[in-house]
Design a protein around this ligand. Structure first.
Ligand SMILES: C[S@@+](CC[C@H](N)C(=O)[O-])C[C@H]1O[C@@H](n2cnc3c(N)ncnc32)[C@H](O)[C@@H]1O
Length: 259
């Protein structure tokens, strides 16, 4: 356990011992996003999932080895999935080229050393390294920025630029924008683009770690602001068309790098 880890073992910038409870209730893998991810993994047989959390987006179609430093997150893995190994991206306990493919979803922005983590993923993987992450250049292009600016400023600061990611991974990289469906089951902030009321639920906000970086009193102010805009009809006046939009092209991207 590194010095940066909390008692829960969290190795990133968020303490999942404090905010991880209930994560798997609000952050259920979305089948349409899963399809895009699994397509990117191609015909791999063995896959390592780094920052695996409660097992979102792991498919039984692959022989998956999960890596997750937070105990709270490991404990939320369903019994049908293999238990996760307690390790961090920056030092993966596997040999060179041990896996056909590697994946990581909503995790790279939390690592203490992105370069070390991605270099490790590349080292242990023969084929594609596939990351589901957010493009920081697009994070603020979302209505939530009007109501909770510091939350999205935090997101934009934490997510590494796509150029930095592809530069570290090297080889040949493709970057694909992933549309967020209106009824997305994975409750990250943009998943609620057409259902703003859901963000009034404190547990839904807690499942998006950026909210935990903002003072509780500021979080309350932001929530009140959104509640008032919804009650007064202002939100619908400005953004109501999104309620009828089947998908949202936001900051979500799939990065796929082959050697
Ligand atoms: C937002 S959660 C995503 C979990 C899961 N991949 C998903 O899509 O639901 C981020 C995960 O990254 C893990 N994490 C943070 N820093 C890490 C590191 N340095 N190495 C590996 N995992 C890390 C956290 O413990 C947490 O489980």
């Amino acid at each position: 356990m590194s010095e940066q880890q909390s008692t829960d073992g969290s190795a990133g910038d968020a303490d999942y011992g404090a905010i991880g409870t209930g994560y798997s209730t609000y952050r259920r893998p979305d089948p349409r996003i899963a399809q895009a991810l699994h397509r990117a993994l191609g015909d791999a047989r063995t896959v390592v999932n780094v920052g695996a959390g409660a097992g979102s987006y792991e498919s039984t179609a692959f022989e998956t080895t999960a890596v997750e430093p937070s105990r709270s997150m490991r404990e939320q893995r369903p019994a049908a999935l293999p238990p996760a190994i307690d390790a961090a991206a920056e030092q993966l306990p596997f040999g060179d080229g041990a896996f056909d493919a590697a994946m990581s979803t909503f995790s790279v922005h939390q690592w203490s050393d992105l370069e070390a983590g991605l270099t490790e993923m590349r080292r242990v993987t023969r084929g594609p390294v596939v990351l589901l992450t957010c493009d920081p250049a697009r994070v603020r292009d979302f209505w939530l920025y009007e109501y909770a600016p510091l939350v999205l400023d935090t997101e934009a600061r934490r997510y590494p630029s796509i150029d930095r990611i592809t530069g570290i991974l090297g080889g040949h990289a493709t970057v694909e924008s992933v549309p967020v469906p209106a009824d997305c089951t994975d409750g990250f902030n943009e998943a609620y683009y057409a259902r703003p009321e859901r963000l009034l639920d404190p547990a839904a906000r807690q499942a998006c770690s950026a909210w935990s970086f903002v003072e509780p009193s500021v979080r309350e102010q932001y929530t009140d602001r959104l509640r008032h805009a919804l009650d007064s009809g202002l939100w619908d006046e400005r953004h109501g068309r999104l309620r009828r939009q089947s998908a949202f092209d936001g900051s979500l991207v799939l990065v796929r790098a082959t050697p």
